[in-house]
Write a protein that binds this ligand. Structure first.
Ligand SMILES: [Zn+2]
Length: 193
């Protein structure tokens, strides 16, 4: 097991069990990167492996789509010694706001917590390239893309996670009958009333 996977499991950013996903499907794993990013020293350590992969690239800025990408962008930018900015959704559209500027000559690394289909990533790419910048790739904590995912950018991940999901009727974990189904997040609130 990689060092990064050990850390992701220890801080419960990656859980193994039997989970009911918001799509209604079941899975044997669940990834919640906020559980890593709330520990700055661990986030620094895990994201160092991304910095190692991208430090040879001529990156001028790191840009993370809100919310998930902001902390990852900040930490990668800190390690790379460049500026960290973020895009956010307003009226449904991804936008660059708050006085952040990018333009011709900027070579930008997109930062994400998890890359699954890359939908929000590609929306951010469009915002940045429309302003004249070049996007060099995506840095992320977890790469959850399916093997057949068609993605136009290089992905630099701290950890590759292959999490299969199943229709309830086809779920092998249900069939085995040993692990109760749970909603992700439901075991995270020991202080809840
Ligand atoms: Zn199941």
């Amino acid at each position: 097991m990689s060092d990064n996977l050990v850390i992701l499991k220890q801080c419960e950013a990656f859980l193994e069990g039997h989970f009911l996903l918001s799509s209604g499907r079941h899975s044997g794993g669940y990834c919640q990167c906020a559980k890593l990013l709330c520990h700055p020293a661990l986030a620094e350590q895990v994201l160092k492996s991304v910095t190692e992969q991208v430090k040879h690239l001529p990156i001028t800025k790191v840009c993370g789509p809100a919310m998930g990408g902001i902390v990852v962008s900040y930490e990668l930018a800190r390690q790379l010694g460049v500026e960290s900015i973020f895009t956010e959704r307003k009226d449904g559209d991804m936008q660059l706001r708050r006085g952040f500027t990018v333009g011709k000559g900027d070579r930008i690394l997109i930062a994400e917590d998890v890359v699954t289909t890359g939908k929000s990533t590609m929306e951010t790419v469009k915002v940045l390239t429309d302003l004249g910048a070049e996007v060099v790739g995506v840095g992320c904590v977890a790469d959850r893309r399916a093997e057949d995912c068609d993605f136009a950018l290089p992905v630099y991940a701290a950890q590759k996670l292959l999490i299969e999901s199943y229709e309830p009727a086809d779920c092998p974990i249900c069939r085995a009958g040993t692990i109760p189904l749970e909603k992700p997040g439901s075991r995270e609130q020991p202080n809840a009333k």
